[in-house]
Design a protein around this ligand. Structure first.
Ligand code: UTP
Length: 287
C-alpha cells in the first residue's frame, strides 16, 4: 500500500447557487439529514485511509473549524444529561482525523484553492475532495480511486457518465482503453455540447501526483478569471499517466437546492430512524 495520507478539501467557494442560505453559513455545513456535508466528506476520506486533512477555507467559514473542534462545553452538558454516547458520536470524526486549515485569501478558483495547499502537501501524492458532491456507495469513492492509484502509482480521477445535453456543466474527459484501464488523454472544462469529447464528467474526487502543482503554478486564469483545476489536469495528463474510474454509487450535487433535496430524500428513505415517517409523508403528497 502506498503512503497516501493527505487529502485537500477546498471549501473557500462562495456558494452562490445556494444563496441566501450560504450568505453566513458555509455550503459545506448544510446538513443532509443530521450531518453536515463536510462531515460526510471527512468520513469518506477516513474510510480510504486518508487521515491528514487540510481544509482550504475563505471568509465566513469559521463554522467548519468549530464543527471539528472538540467542544468541552458540549461534552460536559451531554455527559451530565446521561448522553455520553451521543457525544462520542459527535466527536469521533474530529478525534480520528488530523485537520488543519489554510486560508485562500481571494476566491480565485478551485485550482488556486488546491495550489494554496502546496506547502502542506509537499512532495507526496494526495487526494482532493469536493464535499458538496456527495457520493453514496458501498465502497467509498475515494477508496475506489485509491485502489487504482495503488496499482498504477499515477493520478486517478473519479468520473460519472452524464446525459449528453448536460456535458457543458462539467469538466469532461477524453480517454482510451489501456490494458483494461481508462487512460485520460485530455480534459475540457464545461465544453459546448458539440465539442465534448465524451459523456464522462469529473465529479469532485481526485488523487494527484505532486507534479500537478507545477501546472497549477503556471496557469493563467481561465474562464471567469479563475484558476481552473481542469486546465492544470489537462497539462498533467499530457505529461504523465492519469487514469479515470467510473464511480459506483449514487452521486448528488448537494451544492444546489435540487440536488440537496434529492440527497436528503434518498438518504432519509434509507435511514432506519427516518424512513418510515418519510415514506408515510411522501404518500400523502399530491404527486
Ligand atoms: P463551485 O464551482 O461549486 O463554486 O466550486 P462555489 O463558489 O463553491 O459555488 P457556486 O457555484 O457559487 O454555487 C467547487 C469547489 O471549489 C471550491 C468550492 O468551495 C467547492 O468545494 N472553491 C471554489 C474554492 O475553494 N475556492 C474558489 O475560489 C472557488
Amino acid at each position: 500500500m502506498t503512503d497516501l495520507r493527505k487529502v485537500v478539501f477546498p471549501v473557500a467557494g462562495m456558494g452562490t447557487r445556494f444563496l441566501p442560505a450560504t450568505k453566513a453559513t458555509p455550503k459545506e455545513m448544510l446538513p443532509i439529514l443530521d450531518k453536515p456535508l463536510i462531515q460526510y466528506g471527512v468520513e469518506e476520506a477516513l474510510s480510504a485511509g486518508m487521515k491528514d486533512v487540510i481544509m482550504v477555507t475563505g471568509r465566513g467559514k469559521r463554522a467548519i473549524e468549530d464543527h471539528f473542534d472538540i467542544s468541552v462545553e458540549l461534552e460536559a452538558n451531554l455527559r451530565s444529561a446521561g448522553k455520553g454516547d451521543l457525544y462520542e458520536q459527535v466527536s469521533q470524526v474530529a478525534r480520528m482525523a488530523n485537520i488543519a486549515y489554510i486560508r485562500q485569501k481571494e476566491p480565485k478558483g478551485l485550482g488556486h484553492a488546491v495550489l494554496c495547499a502546496r506547502d502542506w502537501v509537499g512532495d507526496e501524492c494526495f487526494g482532493v475532495s469536493l464535499a458538496d458532491e456527495l457520493m453514496v456507495s458501498e465502497k467509498s469513492a475515494l477508496s475506489q480511486l485509491r485502489d487504482l492509484h495503488e496499482k498504477t502509482g499515477a493520478s486517478v480521477v473519479g468520473l460519472v457518465r452524464v446525459p449528453a445535453d448536460k456535458v457543458s456543466r462539467y469538466g469532461i474527459v477524453a480517454a482510451h482503453d489501456e490494458d483494461g484501464l481508462l487512460r485520460i488523454d485530455r480534459l475540457v472544462e464545461k465544453p459546448a455540447i458539440a465539442d465534448a469529447p465524451s459523456d464522462m464528467a469529473l465529479m469532485g474526487r481526485y488523487i494527484f501526483t505532486p507534479r500537478l502543482f507545477d501546472y497549477l503554478e503556471k496557469q493563467t486564469p481561465g474562464s471567469l478569471s479563475e484558476i481552473q483545476l481542469t486546465d492544470a489536469m489537462d497539462g498533467l495528463a499530457k505529461e504523465e499517466p492519469m487514469y479515470g474510474v467510473i464511480l459506483d454509487g449514487a452521486r448528488f450535487d448537494a451544492g444546489n437546492p435540487v440536488g440537496f433535496l434529492q440527497a436528503n430524500i434518498a438518504l432519509g428513505l434509507n435511514h432506519p430512524d427516518y424512513a418510515e415517517a418519510l415514506k408515510q409523508f411522501i404518500r400523502t403528497l399530491p404527486i
